[in-house]
Write a protein that binds this ligand. Structure first.
Ligand SMILES: Nc1ncnc2c1ncn2[C@@H]1O[C@H](COP(=O)(O)OP(=O)(O)O)[C@@H](O)[C@H]1O
Ligand SMILES: [Mg+2]
Length: 275
């Protein structure tokens, strides 16, 4: 069987989300300078760069949390506007933030339904927020979400989040962001605080997102994770693009060099787009 990596190695898939020429300043500090980015469905695009390179800012611009000063957005070739988190989620773009924002005292099922809890039938004379929660429906929805992402280590969706491991929490946060309507899922350093076994578990979930035809954006510092999970790698430095690499055609050394020093445009055969 041909793997996704081989296909990407031959030819990059058509991009689902494309952004061009993104500028973003905070006061006098220009965090992004004419930044370009793209990701295809069924692809994991890693976004790498040193601290302060602009990775989280770019992701927040894509998620509508920050409004870009300049730039264009395209989804499946159509020009779109992303000015608020609502715009982004209406377009199917979801972000899993570093702090996860899960409710410790609630169980997994409640966390997965947060803000959109299913309510019991027959109570329509009450305003929606006063109707009793349909716990069975909530549990069944949660079980489906967990199954879709093949989170194998979680034994019950009735488990409280406070008792879960870091890897399990990350998986729940991903399951919540993904829902059923999303096409782009962005993860900011999802394995930063995790040990080896839990990192493995999260990477499996990220691969599962790719296999379910999501466009996945993966920010990480960890070269091993990046080379395990990504199809392409976009390198940012001082808010600008350095290059986009096809993962199977480059090396960790080359990527680290691009992150820290930029590239010598004459020396590399593995760069897809040198900018
Ligand atoms: N909300 C903000 N206000 C002011 N400066 C910010 C803000 N967010 C990010 N920055 C600055 O923008 C630059 C890029 O930051 P960031 O996108 O967080 O980098 P990265 O995620 O690559 O480490 C940094 O210099 C950072 O200090
Ligand atoms: Mg960051």
């Amino acid at each position: 069987m041909t793997s996704k990596k081989d296909l990407v190695g031959q030819e990059a898939p058509p991009a689902h989300l494309i952004v061009r020429g993104i500028d973003k300043s905070f006061g006098g500090l220009q965090a992004l300078r004419e930044a370009d980015f793209e990701v295809a469905r069924g692809e994991v695009m890693a976004l790498v760069g040193d601290n302060g390179a602009g990775k989280s800012t770019l992701m927040k611009v894509l998620a509508g949390a920050y409004s870009a000063d300049a730039g264009s957005f395209f989804l499946d070739g159509n020009s779109v506007s992303i000015k608020s988190p609502n715009d982004a989620s209406d377009l199917g773009i979801q972000i899993v933030y570093q702090d996860l924002a899960l409710c410790e005292n609630l169980d997994v099922a409640a966390n997965l339904s947060l803000g959109a809890e299913p309510v019991k039938a027959g109570w329509s004379f009450l305003p929606h927020f006063l109707r009793p929660i349909d716990n069975l429906e909530m549990e069944s929805k949660a079980n489906k979400a967990i199954k879709r992402l093949q989170v194998r280590t979680l034994h019950s969706v009735r488990a409280k989040v406070s008792g879960l491991s870091g890897g399990q929490r990350q998986a729940i946060a991903i399951a919540r962001a993904v829902g059923t309507e999303s096409s782009v899922v962005m993860l900011d350093e999802p394995t930063a605080a995790l040990g080896v076994a839990q990192t493995y578990q999260v990477l499996q979930v990220v691969k599962r997102l790719r296999d379910t035809n999501h466009a996945v954006v993966y920010i990480s510092h960890n070269m091993q994770d990046i080379f395990d999970v990504s199809d392409r790698i976009t390198v940012l430095r001082h808010g600008q693009n350095v290059a986009t690499y096809i993962t199977s055609k480059t090396t960790p050394d080359e990527v680290v060099m691009a992150m820290t020093k930029g590239i010598d445009k004459n020396s590399s055969g593995s760069i897809q787009n040198a900018i």
